[in-house]
Design a protein around this ligand. Structure first.
Ligand code: ADP
Ligand code: GLC
Length: 486
């Protein structure tokens, strides 16, 4: 199958969260299975062209925008250690910027930037003579590829046999914009914008809604989230829209590329370990603590976290309880994260108040993140909602027991440790409240104090298989299903 993937972030070139990992791991699996995935993404300033060996193609794209034409050039490269083709859409006025979506705040012209990317994807496919069976869009940024496929390119023989599949990674980011601008840039015109139209949402445009409405099939990143978002509580105002597509909506659990995420081979770690050499995990922990000037009582449990610092991630629960645990020296805490200033400030405060009990890195850092996965004993993901979540799956592979709230992909991947049966891979709490969270953390400390049980739980966690090969296969089934409609 020829699969044209349009996304704003792709690992390792440019990443802010799980979307980037999922786009690249799926593509690698599809390629292994004999399909031809082609990724289109913006040429962001942060992409290291030399390191990743990108070259200009000297193809110039004419990109229709509104009633005028704009231009893009494209660069060719490959996902590292694979034959997956990646094309970067270069337009410096849109993408030569420090951020992917914004820097201090979202870029004001994100509607225009992402409409441009979406339209350029079609022109790139034609210029490359790549006829897709499937056009696969991810989140609101590339959602407008869905209406483009069904309108502007509907009668283009090049896309006559192309089905559109739209994947929701996070319903909280919908892309709501001023209709005058969106409808003009996308060349639909205000005639297509009226109450109840597929472009309209309470007087604004809403890229997410439009993508959901026009796609042949809609997927999201875990089975539980697929059910949750059809309710008012999780639907972020789009539950009715999602229910209108219920028969075409399917949850496919994200997978992990274990070639990239494996403690036996991870090159960011000071030493590698496996399920049969867990004593090295302890050595990594000791080294990590000492490297951060913590030299005493190294066996206190280390609780880690790697995350965007947003409300979604349940930081409020941590704020409520963390100091109780730190003050009584029940745990040490390590976090790598960036995001909302109020949360960054909080963790900086923790660092200054508990310098020998906390390790705080504010910012994005792959190496330190990997060390936290490996060095920690427990790993926190107390999210308010979580479409899938990759960090708990990475933690498990590194033998680090996740403490998660029972929502979205978290409940699809983590099972409570039951001491009497020696089963389970982590700790799960159900209600979004600080007491339930603290109780889950206490349960994890109980398990930690029983080394035999701890090792068994670690082995259970490391033995879980969330490989992206499985999810890639499920996407292919959905793609076939989408093509039946064409
Ligand atoms: P989300 O996509 O909502 O942020 P996921 O759990 O799906 O959540 O994916 C998060 C990804 O981003 C993981 O690969 C995680 O390791 C990575 N990550 C998040 N914050 C940081 C950070 N500050 N430094 C390094 N990696 C990070
Ligand atoms: C989103 C979600 C996260 C998911 C990721 C990849 O950013 O917040 O739960 O794992 O996308 O699908």
């Amino acid at each position: 199958m020829n699969i044209l993937i349009v996304a704003t972030e792709v690992s390792p070139f440019a990443k802010t969260g799980g979307l980037a990992d999922v786009v690249s791991s799926l593509s690698i699996e599809w390629k292994k299975k004999g399909h031809r995935p082609v990724i289109i993404m913006p040429k962001h300033r942060r992409i290291d062209i030399q390191k990743y060996n990108f070259h200009p193609t000297f193809l110039t794209l004419l990109v229709p925008m509104g009633y005028w034409t704009e231009y893009a050039t494209i660069w060719r490269g490959k996902l590292p250690n694979s034959e997956v083709e990646v094309y970067l859409v270069e337009n410096n006025s849109y993408f030569d910027r420090p951020g992917i979506y914004g820097d201090t705040s979202e870029y004001m012209d994100n509607d225009r930037r992402f409409i441009f990317l979406s339209r350029a994807a079609f022109e790139a496919a034609k210029a490359l003579n790549f006829k897709p069976d499937i056009l696969h869009a991810h989140d609101y940024h590339s959602a407008y590829t869905m209406p483009f496929l069904k309108t502007h390119y509907k009668n283009d023989p090049f896309f006559a046999r192309t089905a559109g599949v739209f994947t929701i990674h996070n319903l909280a980011y919908q892309g709501r914009f001023d209709p005058q601008a969106t409808m003009e840039y996308s060349s639909f015109g205000m005639k297509s914008f009226y109450p109840g139209s597929w472009f309209e949402y309470y007087g604004s445009t809403n890229f997410m809604k439009t993508g959901i409405k026009f796609a042949d099939k809609v997927t999201t990143v875990s089975p539980t989230y697929a059910n949750e978002i059809r309710t008012e509580y999780f639907g972020e105002g789009l539950h009715n829209v999602l229910n209108s597509r219920a028969s075409d909506l399917i949850g496919i659990l994200n997978g992990v590329n274990y070639d990239e995420w494996n403690p036996e081979t991870d090159k960011f770690l000071p030493m590698n370990y496996s399920v049969n050499s867990l004593e090295k995990k302890k050595d990594i922990k000791y080294k990590f603590l000492r490297d951060n000037n913590i030299n005493d009582d190294l066996d206190i449990p280390l609780v880690g976290m790697v995350t965007r610092l947003t409300e979604q991630k349940g930081i409020d629960l941590i704020i409520n309880k963390l100091e109780d645990f730190l003050w009584h020296c029940k745990i040490r805490f390590a976090v790598v994260g960036s995001g909302e200033p109020r949360y960054e400030n909080y963790f900086n405060y923790i660092k200054s108040k508990y310098p020998f009990s906390s390790i705080v890195y504010i910012g994005y850092n792959e190496k330190i993140a990997r060390q936290v996965y490996a060095a920690s004993d427990m790993f926190l993901v107390p999210s308010r909602f979580e479409p899938c979540g990759l960090t708990q799956m990475y933690a498990m592979k590194y033998g680090t027991l996740p403490i998660v709230r029972a929502t979205g992909g978290l409940i699809d991947t983590v099972q409570e440790v039951i001491p009497s049966q020696k089963t389970g891979t982590g700790f799960v709490f159900w209600n979004y409240n600080a007491e339930d969270f603290a109780y889950a953390l206490l349960r994890s400390l109980e398990v930690y104090s029983n080394s035999e049980l701890l090792n068994k739980a670690r082995k259970n966690a490391m033995g879980m298989d969330f490989s992206s090969a499985k999810s890639a296969e499920k996407y292919i089934e959905v793609f076939k299903w989408a093509l039946e409609k064409i």
